[in-house]
Ligand binder design. Structure first.
Ligand SMILES: Cc1cc2nc3c(=O)[nH]c(=O)nc-3n(C[C@H](O)[C@H](O)[C@H](O)COP(=O)(O)OP(=O)(O)OC[C@H]3O[C@@H](n4cnc5c(N)ncnc54)[C@H](O)[C@@H]3O)c2cc1C
Length: 458
């Protein structure tokens, strides 16, 4: 029997983990390894909120392995060098890792494969670990990926999803492989105060509670900002504390329109992953150029600062931006409308917004963040790329009583009902009582005209 190394990346769980299962089936001993990759940090991905959840996930993974007789080995530095060092120390014959889609992940796989081969060690890359279906397993006849969600989803639904695997009972880790100390939250600054606890155990509790309750009303209520009726499982999916394939199985087992609508959102996640897998440059470059000449300069910078701080004077935009800062998470409807506001009404480059989201989002990842930003900016896969969401109309529709705005913009908490969405309409003497709330930084009609001109649609 051989010894294997299982390299964990963003699949930080024991349940439904094909690389770990394969390694345990083939080997007498297994080294569960996580490498804090210097290149990921250098690329600006080491945001405090995600580092906190990463630390939670690693500690939980280690605890779960210890319950099974094993432990987690943690290293930091150059990923390839660290994996090779551990392979040498453990005299391992194989390394198992989950496939991933970003340009960085592709490069990592190539470098790892050649470095390991040079040592006579085999790399096994496992599909459908971080996504429900492997990117590339659902393709149209004429292309390497689907560029439109609806046909993708039709085909996606025809594929069978592999059965989830149970967590292992025992994991034997060989002696003599040292580990660095597990990271913790201590010492991290700039964390969002409302950040949830991460890790597989917490994630599984959230999943069970969601499938028992919330998912039933998901189809009807998922867009209601104040109700907060979505799963909030995105950080767990981002770190792989939950398996997307298991979630699909369990949601389908639950059945009903809520569960179906929820599974559809999980397919959106797969959709963006298959786009990025086929077009890795879409993380930084327009997927479909609209020949934009985005605003720059002092006025644009002032608008961006107001947007980031949640003081644009559009209460629904400000509420969503403040939720992001406070929780490291934002409701999907909020994400859509603040992204449309930045890229279309203010006509600022989507990369500026995407970067800010990645600095704060606990679930921030390249595929979902960059491609949703591109969708909102009309440079991605939206089939109506020039539509502009009016924040006031959106507010009336998705926060009809104004409760979401009052929750996050306390200076407007004294305004009742939907009047909270348009404080500028208040009579002058009443408006002065809400002086802490800024006037709108842009006139919506002017913003719309500017955008239409820029896209040659005036
Ligand atoms: C501008 C913008 C940026 C975004 N950035 C991210 C990001 O960095 N990471 C991220 O996970 N999601 C991102 N999303 C997608 C979506 O907003 C979040 O996944 C969702 O709000 C997470 O909340 P939830 O877990 O309660 O979702 P639920 O509504 O409960 O949905 C269940 C799961 O489906 C997936 N999902 C739902 N909607 C989408 C979508 N539009 N695209 C891809 N997957 C989806 C998520 O994994 C989510 O956890 C972004 C959306 C926009 C418009």
């Amino acid at each position: 029997m051989t010894t294997s190394v299982v390299l964990f990346t963003r699949d930080l769980r024991l349940h439904d983990h094909p690389p770990l299962r394969a390694a345990l089936d083939r080997s007498a001993a297994v080294v569960p390894l996580f490498v804090r990759d210097r290149a990921v940090d250098a690329a600006g991905f080491a945001a405090p909120n995600r580092l906190a959840l990463l630390a939670d996930c690693l500690r939980d993974l280690d605890a779960g392995l210890r319950d099974r007789g094993g432990r987690l080995v943690v290293r930091s530095g150059d990923l390839v060098g660290q994996v090779c060092a551990v392979v040498g120390e453990a005299e391992a014959d194989e390394v198992h890792v989950a496939a991933d889609v970003s340009a960085h992940a592709h490069r990592r796989e190539e470098l790892l494969r050649s470095a390991l081969e040079a040592r006579g060690c085999r790399l096994h890359v496992h599909d459908a670990v971080t996504t429900v279906l492997a990117p590339g397993s659902v393709t149209p006849a004429s292309s390497d990926h689907f560029a439109v969600f609806t046909p993708y989803f039709r085909r996606w639904g025809e594929h069978s999803v592999r059965e989830p695997l149970a967590a292992p009972r025992r994991v034997r880790v060989p002696d003599g492989v040292g580990s660095e100390r597990l990271p913790g939250r201590k010492g991290l600054t700039g964390l969002s105060p409302g950040l949830p606890a991460g890790g597989e155990r917490e994630a599984r509790k959230r999943m069970t509670a969601w499938l028992r309750g919330g998912v039933t009303g998901y189809a009807d209520h998922h867009d209601d900002l104040a109700e907060d009726a979505t799963s909030r499982l995105s950080p767990d999916l981002h770190f792989g504390a939950l398996s997307p394939a298991e979630l699909v199985h369990r949601a389908r087992g639950r059945g009903g329109p809520g569960a179906e609508a929820f599974v559809r959102q999980l397919a959106w996640r797969d959709f963006h992953h298959q786009v990025l897998a086929a077009r890795p440059h879409a993380s930084a470059a327009d997927y479909r150029t609209r020949h934009d000449h985005w605003r720059t300069g002092a006025a644009a910078e002032a608008d961006v600062a107001a947007w980031k701080e949640g003081r644009t004077g559009y209460p629904i935009v400000d509420a969503a931006m403040r939720q992001l800062r406070h929780e490291g998470w934002m409701h999907n409807r909020g994400r859509l409308l603040v992204a449309s506001f930045l890229t279309k009404t203010l006509y600022v480059d989507w990369r500026v917004g995407a970067r800010h989201f990645l600095e704060l989002l606990a679930d921030g990842d390249v595929a979902n963040n960059q491609l949703n930003w591109q969708w909102a900016a009309g440079t991605g896969t939206d089939t109506r790329p020039h539509r502009v969401l009016n924040p006031t109309t959106q507010a009336r529709r998705f926060d009809p009583d104004g409760a979401y705005v009052r929750r996050w913009v306390p200076e407007l908490a004294g305004l009742e009902g939907r009047s909270v969405h348009e404080p500028w309409r208040l009579p002058k003497e009443e408006r002065s009582g809400y002086g802490a709330c800024p006037d709108p930084i842009v006139d919506l009609a002017e913003g719309l005209d500017r955008f239409k001109r820029a896209r040659g649609r005036d």
